[in-house]
Design a binder for this molecule. Structure first.
Ligand code: HEC
Length: 234
């Protein structure tokens, strides 16, 4: 009896392991492929891993909203497969895609993200639209010409933080009490050493962006040089 029980358990365990290792090639018709790596970023292309994913993680994929644990209305916005599937993204058709529709709802009650969370800017919404129009690919690009010398707040630091951090670090109840939605807030965190410590994933700091990919070496160097240059507001 006991033997049979043990064998059943072992069999069950093996099945479980096999099931969890099984490559799932196709969720709701969307092939799950590794990201498409592009060597040099094309300024006319919107790249999912560089721009769309960080924005969705910080603005929507947070605890209490669309992280895997909460999954409000079954929608999870923290990785490509679940964004395509649960936010019903139709490549080439933003108006048929739930992800885009909820950002452009006329009724403020239905629009996402709901208040008091900061809404996406028109520029960010346009970026999501463009990405869907360009086929909603799981693409990522690397740039070889990283400008770490002439780093400015308005051209480098602010766009990076708006895209990657502000969804969590703004509004009435910013994460960790840290506000990154304006220059003064960013400078305060920068001068405390916590900005660099957190994006470098140094011991003693919470690793940022929370739940997202680590920033690129280029982005981290830009932040470091901007701080070393005296956090200019240019
Ligand atoms: C998904 C939400 C989320 C995103 C995105 C996010 N943060 Fe955070 N951040 C938090 C939370 C929550 C805390 C509080 C500490 C914790 O829970 O880890 C925090 C804490 C911090 C801290 C304090 C760390 C410390 O150890 O003192 C800094 C600095 C910070 N974040 C900067 C950033 C920066 C810069 C980005 C973007 C590159 C970013 N965060 C993106 C949620 C987020």
């Amino acid at each position: 009896m006991i033997y049979r029980f043990v064998i059943y358990n072992i069999l069950f365990f093996i099945l479980l392991v096999m099931a969890s290792c099984k490559h799932d090639p196709d969720i709701a018709g969307i092939p799950i492929e590794p990201p498409l790596l592009i060597e040099n970023c094309d300024p006319d292309t919107v790249y999912f891993q560089n721009e769309i994913l960080p924005l969705l993680i910080s603005s929507c994929g947070v605890i209490g909203c669309h992280d895997p644990g909460t999954a409000t209305e079954g929608v999870v916005l923290t990785n490509y497969a679940s964004i395509m599937q649960t936010a019903e993204v139709r490549p080439g058709q933003p108006d048929e895609s739930d992800l885009y529709e909820v950002l452009t709802e006329d009724d403020p009650e239905d629009r996402m993200p709901p208040s008091p969370r900061q809404s996406l800017s028109l520029e960010q919404i346009a970026k999501i639209e463009k990405w869907i129009l360009q086929g909603a690919k799981n693409n990522v690009c690397f740039t070889n010409n990283c400008d770490t010398i002439a780093v400015s707040y308005s051209n480098h630091i602010d766009p990076l933080i708006q895209n990657t951090c502000v969804g969590c670090h703004s509004g009435n109840d910013p994460s960790g009490g840290i506000v990154l939605s304006n220059y003064d807030g960013v400078v305060q965190v920068a001068l405390s050493g916590r900005l660099l410590g957190s994006v470098r994933h140094e011991a003693g700091f919470s690793a940022m962006p929370k739940n997202g990919n680590k920033l690129t070496d280029c982005q981290i160097t830009q932040i470091k040089n901007w701080i070393e240059n005296g956090t200019p507001d240019n």
